[in-house]
Design a protein around this ligand. Structure first.
Ligand code: ADP
Ligand code: MG
Length: 346
């Protein structure tokens, strides 16, 4: 009997030990191994890098997810949910589109209308949707401007139904990539990846740290320098780093030599002319970061700083002015380095 008890004790402790070692995370022998996938989607070039033994499955799942989301939102495809909505003026939205539209409308409110997904008629008029660029006639501009205003969009969350105002159409291009990078981070986590970085056309989002525990280093492009030149580096962990710049997409009017970029001020119908050349948002919320990079670019340094002061728990920012001055919000003081120096905003 005693022997039996001893044996039982022994067995139990072995079981406990086994249980314990299975409970503690086994070190991943491939933790430092990485894979990278490249793809063209959402009108831009994307690079996805993930580390660890599940990296390839996770990357394949991410590529599929990006293609799924693109098919929902592409204004270039007649079958997309957004095209359908723009044609019919009302639609019952799928879960992701509903979440994105709801978010976009919240940010419209909080930014005083600077971020407005109903700018689509203006994007069309300027030719940004077809690359058949033109400076609009004043009368055409007034007609398109009359269609802009997300306060006329209604969203019923109980039925996921969105209804546009008369003649309105929407474009999720200012928020879709941030939502997507956020979604990929969730997907990676679900699939056991703890270290990853994606760049969706310059919209960067990082998961965890690098496998060796060091921070990710994300460069901010020099808006006036040669391609690839960097004016500042931000070190982050588990954050999105999202930039909107007037140098990203623009055309030059041959008659006047004037350039026009793709971030439209919904108040004027013209490309925003706020004294900024780029705005970078750092936040753990990709969709917010994407929308705010666009909105704060339109607001300009002064109004953008006031917005940050009221929402400093949600994001940090780096502003670059047209005269190449760099301004950094207080929360990034220890994370940003810039050779040319910068002014800290408090
Ligand atoms: P990118 O698409 O180059 O990353 P942004 O994130 O700044 O740049 O988004 C610009 C896109 O957002 C435009 O191409 C257009 O689709 C849309 N857009 C332009 N102006 C606005 C605005 N005021 N509010 C919301 N979306 C906008
Ligand atoms: Mg944006």
């Amino acid at each position: 009997m005693k022997k039996c008890k001893q044996l039982l004790c022994c067995l139990l402790s072995m079981l406990l030990l086994a249980g314990c070692s299975a409970g503690a995370a086994e070190p991943d022998p491939e933790a430092a191994e990485s894979s990278t996938q490249y793809m063209d989607a959402m009108d831009t070039f994307m690079t996805l890098t993930a580390y660890g033994s599940n990296r390839d499955d996770a990357l394949n799942a991410a590529v599929e997810e990006i293609q799924r989301l693109e098919a929902l939102w592409s204004v270039g495809s007649e079958d997309s949910e957004v095209s359908q909505l723009n044609r019919e003026g009302t639609a019952v939205l799928s879960e992701d589109t509903a979440a994105l539209v709801e978010r976009a409308l919240e940010i419209y409110d909080s930014t005083g209308g600077a971020f407005d997904i109903t700018v689509y008629p203006l994007m069309e008029l300027w030719g940004f949707t077809t690359q058949d660029y033109q400076v609009p006639e004043a009368s055409d501009l007034q007609a398109a401007l009359a269609l802009v205003g997300a306060d006329r969009v209604t969203y019923d969350s109980s039925t996921s139904t969105v209804t546009l105002g008369e003649g309105q159409s929407i474009d999720l291009g200012g928020i879709a990539k941030g939502y997507t990078s956020q979604r990929i981070m969730e997907l990676f986590e679900e699939m056991g990846v703890t270290s990853a970085m994606v760049s969706l056309g310059g919209n960067i989002q990082c998961l965890g740290t690098k496998p060796d525990g060091s921070l990710w280093r994300v460069g901010i492009q020099d808006p006036v320098g040669s391609e690839g030149a960097i004016v500042a580096v931000i070190e982050v962990e588990d954050q999105a780093v999202i930039t909107s710049g007037s140098y990203e997409r623009y055309f030059t009017d041959e008659a006047t030599g004037e350039t026009y970029h793709h971030i439209i001020d919904p108040a004027t119908g013209y490309p925003a002319d706020s004294g900024l050349i780029s705005v970078t948002i750092v936040t753990d919320d990709g969709a917010l970061g994407d929308a705010l990079s666009t909105a704060l670019f339109i607001m300009g340094l002064e109004e953008g700083t006031a917005y940050w002061q009221a929402h400093s728990d949600e994001f940090q920012a780096v502003f670059i002015t047209t005269d190449s001055e760099i301004y950094v919000t207080a929360g990034l003081e220890d994370s940003v380095t810039a050779d040319a120096g910068y002014t800290l905003l408090t």
